[in-house]
Ligand binder design. Structure first.
Ligand code: BG6
Ligand code: MG
Length: 229
C-alpha cells in the first residue's frame, strides 16, 4: 500500500526522461550562429521547457541587449522556427534507448510497482517520436499532445491536462521537471514539484535532485512524510 495521497506522476521529457535538452540547445545554437547571434549554454537555461516560437523570441531579446536585431515578420519567425526544428529532427534521428537518462528505467519500474499512473507532460511536438525512439512509450498511461496545448509552460495547462486524463485531482499528482518554467507550471497546477538540476531563478522545486541518477521515489515519499510531520 502507498503511504501517500499521490496517485500520478507527470514527467517532462527533454532533460528528464532523455538527454534531448542538449539537442534542442545545439539546434538553436546552429540557427543563432547563422543569424550572427550569440547563444550560450547559460542563455539556453531560459529556453528549457519553453515552446518553439517563444524560444526564438527569447534569443532575439537576449541579443537585443548587445546588438541591433532586425524585426522579423511572423512569417519569417515561423520559417526560422521550422528551420530549428529541422536541425533538431536531424539530431533525434540518432536517438536510441541509450539516450534515456540514468536511473529513469529503474524509477519508472518502481513507480509502476508502487501503483502510480504515469504521464508525459512535454511542450515538445516531437515528444511522441522521441518516446518511440527511446522505446519508452509503453510505460505511460497518457502522453499529452503539445499540438493541443494552447498555453506553454510556465502556464500549468499541460500538467492539468495530464492529471485530468489520468482521472486525478492536481493535488494527487507529482510533476518532475528540469526547467524553471516547468517548476513554475507544476506549482501553478497545484502539484508537488520535483526538480532535476533546475537552474532556479524564482521558484524552487519542493524536492530537488542533482541528476536523474539520484532520483528515487522512496526519497520523494519520505520527504513528503517528513513534511507532513
Ligand atoms: C521542451 C523543450 O520540452 O519542448 C524546449 O525543453 C522546446 O527546449 C520545447 O523548445 C518545444 O519543443 P519542439 O520539439 O516542439 O520544438
Ligand atoms: Mg525539460
Amino acid at each position: 500500500m502507498k503511504i501517500t495521497d499521490k496517485k500520478g506522476i507527470l514527467f517532462d521529457l527533454d532533460g528528464v526522461l532523455a538527454d534531448t535538452a542538449r539537442y534542442h540547445y545545439l539546434a538553436w545554437k546552429r540557427l543563432a550562429g547563422e543569424l550572427g547571434m550569440d547563444f550560450s549554454e547559460e542563455d539556453n537555461e531560459n529556453l528549457k521547457g519553453v515552446g518553439r516560437k517563444e524560444s526564438l523570441d527569447i534569443i532575439f531579446e537576449l541579443n537585443r541587449q548587445k546588438r541591433a536585431v532586425p524585426c522579423f515578420s511572423d512569417e519569417e519567425k515561423q520559417r526560422l522556427a521550422e528551420k530549428k526544428n529541422a536541425y533538431y529532427q536531424e539530431f533525434i534521428t540518432e536517438i536510441t534507448p541509450g539516450d534515456v537518462l540514468p536511473g529513469i528505467p529503474e524509477f519508472l519500474r518502481d513507480a509502476r510497482e508502487k501503483g502510480f499512473l504515469l504521464a508525459v507532460a512535454s511542450a515538445s511536438r516531437n515528444a511522441g517520436n522521441v518516446l518511440n525512439r527511446l522505446e519508452l512509450s509503453g510505460w505511460f498511461d497518457y502522453v499529452a499532445d503539445a499540438r493541443e496545448i494552447k498555453r506553454v509552460k510556465p502556464d500549468p495547462e499541460v500538467f492539468l491536462k495530464c492529471a485530468e486524463a489520468l482521472g486525478f485531482m492536481p493535488s494527487e499528482c507529482i510533476g518532475i521537471e528540469d526547467s524553471q518554467a516547468g517548476i513554475e507550471a507544476i506549482y501553478r497546477a497545484g502539484m508537488l514539484s520535483v526538480g532535476i538540476h533546475v537552474h532556479v531563478v524564482s521558484r524552487k522545486p519542493d524536492i530537488s535532485f542533482e541528476s536523474t541518477g539520484e532520483l528515487k521515489l522512496t526519497r520523494i515519499l519520505e520527504e513528503m512524510e517528513e513534511e507532513r510531520g
